[in-house]
Design a protein around this ligand. Structure first.
Ligand code: SF4
Ligand code: SF4
Length: 438
């Protein structure tokens, strides 16, 4: 039996998962018009291969990957391209999107299926994952095939499948593990073969016994491990430490600790891509929060507006103060409900005006609670001051780039300091300076 190690810091926020944890996934029909952004991943925008007026089929390539860290995008419906133009994006920016009028026929493009895909060689599996536009669905959006392709000479000991879902409110991954365990196991086997990983470990927080039981039934020799429920147990570095006992070095990559981490939703997307020839055109999301009439889990076509998924729950019962996508702790507040669901959005949480009121911050009382909870072993109070005073060299020296943006410091701070906001600002400045030509 594997000994699960602890990681430094962390917090215990209320999980607020009860309203959807037992709610089966419902399939939501595609709307009359879908808006498919060209950027749904880390890296460059995909390059369109269709034009306004073209007829497209469901699953057809709309835009091809640009660069090694790019990912293609495909049509979630059959229909006609109405426009290729900038549209509001969940990141807060305006990003080029392909707007498609849905003909309602769901006519699929040709799909290459394989009844026993584990027999395929590693190269073919990687190619299929890449061509299907699968990206990390846990939020990061790193193209999956690129993450599974290791530098020459590196051997991987562990493929860790992340079923922790430590973000409060969301039960997307939990429902996937309960309802689609065979797909997740198949996706894990395919990714292990593609990356050459010797062992697969699936990690689940111990507040999801139903997910554990479901996967265990189908896991065969694959190891399923329960980790203690503590935010951010599902952080990549924190998970590697818990499972392997090894630390990813500062500024380093997971393979330097002999591991690669992939989310359970990504594992299922890989199974659909390689076995069924289905590109990444839909995903499961949780829609929840106090103002939501009936919180639910949906399988949603990519490109469906936020307004439609909220409407499908029965809408808001009270005026929301804030709507956040991808997590109450790590997600982004939205200014418009016109933004589309993308490959990396695992859920939508709405908050009442009272719940989302931002308390006034007061001066730091030097209690060090932010230091005690920081899983990256940083000094958030110092980094905040560096960011606020634009002392970016010192922010770098004190490890700002190692901040995983978990928000644990903000959560715990009795003075309600906007710690993460200034740390993020410092990180963005440091990265922008590094990218300037010397
Ligand atoms: S400094 Fe970054 S890593 Fe540390 S607690 Fe704050 S948000 Fe999390
Ligand atoms: S938790 Fe807040 S008040 Fe305490 S040291 Fe950190 S920044 Fe200061």
């Amino acid at each position: 039996m594997r000994q699960v190690r602890s990681f430094f810091g962390g917090i215990y926020p209320k999980d607020v998962k009860q309203s959807t944890a037992g709610t089966p996934i419902q399939t939501l029909s595609a709307p009359e018009t879908v808006v498919v952004p060209l950027l749904q991943h880390i890296g460059e925008e995909a390059k369109p291969v269709v034009a306004k007026g073209d007829e497209v089929l469901k699953g057809q390539l709309l835009a091809e990957a640009d660069g090694a860290a790019g990912a293609p995008v495909h049509s979630p419906v059959s229909g006609k391209v109405l426009a290729i133009e900038p549209r509001p994006h969940p990141s807060g920016h305006s990003i080029t999107a392909i707007v498609i009028e849905n003909d309602g026929n769901d006519t699929w493009a040709e799909r290459i299926t394989h009844p026993d895909p584990v027999q395929l060689d590693a190269e073919t599996i990687l190619k299929r994952i890449s061509e299907a536009g699968v990206v990390g669905m846990g939020g990061a959006g790193f193209p999956t095939a690129a993450k599974l392709t290791l530098p020459k000479g590196i051997t991987l000991e562990y493929l860790i499948i992340n079923g922790c879902e430590c973000e409060p409110y969301f039960t997307t991954d939990q429902r996937l593990m309960v309802e689609y365990p065979e797909d997740i196991i198949l996706g894990a086997k395919l990714m292990a073969k593609a990356s050459g990983a010797r062992k697969i470990v699936i990690a689940i927080e111990d507040n999801k016994p139903d997910a554990y039981a479901s996967l265990k039934e189908h896991a065969g020799s694959i190891e399923i491990v329960l980790v203690p429920t503590r935010y951010p147990a599902g952080g990549e570095k924190q998970l590697i430490q818990q499972i392997t006992g090894r630390e990813v070095p500062s500024g380093g990559l997971p393979h330097q600790a002999g591991a690669v981490v992939q989310n359970v939703a990504t594992a299922r997307a890989v199974a659909l891509a390689v076995r069924d020839g289905e590109p990444s055109i839909a995903r499961v999301i949780t829609v929840t929060g106090t103002p939501i009439a009936e919180p639910k889990n949906f399988l949603v076509p990519i490109g469906t507006p936020l307004a439609d998924v909220i409407e499908a729950t029965g809408g808001f019962t009270v005026k929301p103060g804030k709507v956040v996508v991808s997590g109450a702790m790590m997600g982004e507040a939205q200014f418009s409900l016109d933004v589309p669901i993308t490959k990396t959005i695992g859920g939508v949480a709405a908050f009442t005006e009272e719940e989302s009121a931002t308390p006034d911050s007061t001066p730091c009382i030097k209690c060090a609670r932010c230091v005690d909870v920081c899983p990256a072993r940083l000094l958030p109070l110092k980094l905040e001051a560096f960011g606020m005073n634009e002392r970016f060299d010192e922010a770098r020296e004190y490890g700002a780039l190692d901040c995983i943006e978990c928000g644990a410091c903000n959560y715990i701070c009795p003075a309600k300091r906007p710690l993460l906001q200034y740390i993020r600002f410092a990180k963005l400045e440091i990265i922008a300076r590094d990218q300037q030509p010397s």
